[in-house]
Structure formats: structure tokens, C-alpha cells
Design a binder for this molecule. Structure first.
Ligand code: ADP
Ligand code: MG
Length: 210
């Protein structure tokens, strides 16, 4: 599904290059569940941004489904969607279905199922600013999962949740991976959550350490 060849990312400031990722080589097969760990500033989020095509590498090649993603132009890449402040929880979760042109009758049931599954039925009419950090995170995860993506890139998906909610989300990811073959790359600082993955990639100072 994913192949990175010598991916390097640096920022240039006054002719000084600061390296964030260094010669990253990585292969991810469809159906894998991978954990990325490493100290703050190691380059974990940058790596996920590049994999999600929200950002581009400075050097190297990125093949996604055998297509050269490193050759995509800005407009062809992904755009990031935070929760939209002016939309309710319900509308935020429904948005990906509108892009996918899912019929109105089907949308209702799908959103209701997600609200139910994430225990946020009572919050469906509220706006993100009226939610706790944990409820915002649940809403964001529900929105990401409602279209059943083949690849899920999750940067500390349970970072704002309490341990019970966190475990529920991790169990859900595990289920989606096992039963539907969803490929998952998660960043986490927790050993317990890391153990949900099949293998761990350790990043440090932009290098893969394993
Ligand atoms: P992590 O997610 O592992 O904490 P990040 O990928 O967010 O690390 O950041 C890695 C490094 O890249 C950090 O040192 C950060 O300061 C640097 N960095 C990120 N974005 C920029 C930028 N736009 N300009 C300069 N440095 C950046
Ligand atoms: Mg980060």
C-alpha cells in the first residue's frame, strides 16, 4: 500500500537546513496496524502528514498503491479538515458522506450509528466549542471512520480521552483492522496502546531506529 524510499524532510531558514525526517524507508502492506513512537519533536506528525499527503517531502519517493504520490501537485493532494466550528456534531460527522454523495436516507442511519457507537447522541446538536476535548476527539474519530477509509492515519487518536473511552476507541480500531482489513498507522506515547499494533516504528531525531 505504502512505500517510502529515502524520504527526507527539512526546513530551510537563512540557508540553514533543519532536518525533521532523514532517509526514511518504510513499507506498509494493506491490512497492517502500525504504531509510531518516539519523543516529542522526533518527526512523527510530519511523517503522518506526508503519508496523508497534507505535506510533501523535501527528497525521496512516496508510492501509494504503486502511484508516485511525490509527483502530485499541490491541488491534487489532500486537504486537512478540522472540526468545523459553525457545524453541529451531527453535521460534522455527516460531512464526509456529502462529499461521497451518499444518499440522504442512508446518511441518517450511518450518522445515527456513529453517534450511538461513540456515545455522543446527546451532543449531536452542539457545536465543537460546546464540547469537552474528549468529546471533540470522539467526534473527529467518528467523522474519520464514517466513510470506512482503507487507510487510517491517527495522530494520538485517544490523547484527550479518559482510559475507558481510550480503550473503547482502541478496541474499535482493532476490530476495524481485523474484520475489515483497514490499514492503520497510529502515533502514541502509550505502551499499552502501542501493543494494539502489529509492529512498532521508533522515530528519533528524524531517523527510524529499529
Ligand atoms: P513530533 O510529532 O514527533 O512531536 P513533529 O513532526 O511535529 O514532531 O516535528 C518534528 C520537528 O520539526 C520539530 O522539531 C518541529 O519543531 C519541526 N517543524 C515542524 N514544522 C516545522 C516548520 N514549519 N518549520 C520548521 N520546523 C518545523
Ligand atoms: Mg506530533
Amino acid at each position: 500500500m505504502i512505500r517510502l524510499n529515502d524520504i527526507t524532510k527539512y526546513y530551510t531558514n537563512k540557508f540553514v537546513k533543519t532536518f525533521v525526517l532523514r532517509r526514511i524507508n518504510l513499507e506498509v502492506k494493506e491490512g497492517e496496524f502500525i504504531t509510531i513512537m518516539g519523543p516529542s519533536g522526533a518527526g512523527k506528525s510530519t511523517l503522518l502528514y506526508i503519508l496523508g499527503m497534507l505535506d510533501t517531502a523535501s527528497e525521496g519517493e512516496y508510492y501509494f498503491m504503486d502511484e508516485p504520490a511525490h509527483q502530485l501537485k499541490e491541488k491534487e493532494r489532500t486537504q486537512q479538515y478540522h472540526l468545523i466550528d459553525e457545524m453541529t456534531v451531527y453535521e460534522n460527522i455527516e460531512t464526509p458522506l456529502l462529499y461521497k454523495k451518499v444518499k440522504s436516507s442512508e446518511r441518517k442511519g450511518m450518522v445515527a450509528d456513529m453517534l450511538d457507537r461513540f456515545n455522543i447522541v446527546a451532543k449531536k446538536g452542539l457545536f465543537p466549542s460546546q464540547l469537552s476535548g474528549g468529546q471533540q476527539q470522539l467526534t473527529a474519530v467518528a467523522r474519520a471512520l464514517i466513510i470506512r477509509p482503507r487507510l487510517l492515519l491517527a495522530d494520538e487518536p485517544t490523547g484527550n480521552l479518559n482510559s475507558k473511552q481510550g480503550k473503547e476507541i482502541m478496541d474499535l480500531l482493532k476490530k476495524l483492522n481485523e474484520e475489515e482489513g483497514m490499514t492503520i498507522l497510529q502515533v502514541t506515547h502509550s505502551e499499552e496502546k502501542a501493543a494494539y499494533g502489529h509492529r512498532i516504528i521508533h522515530l528519533k531525531d528524524g531517523w527510524i531506529e529499529n
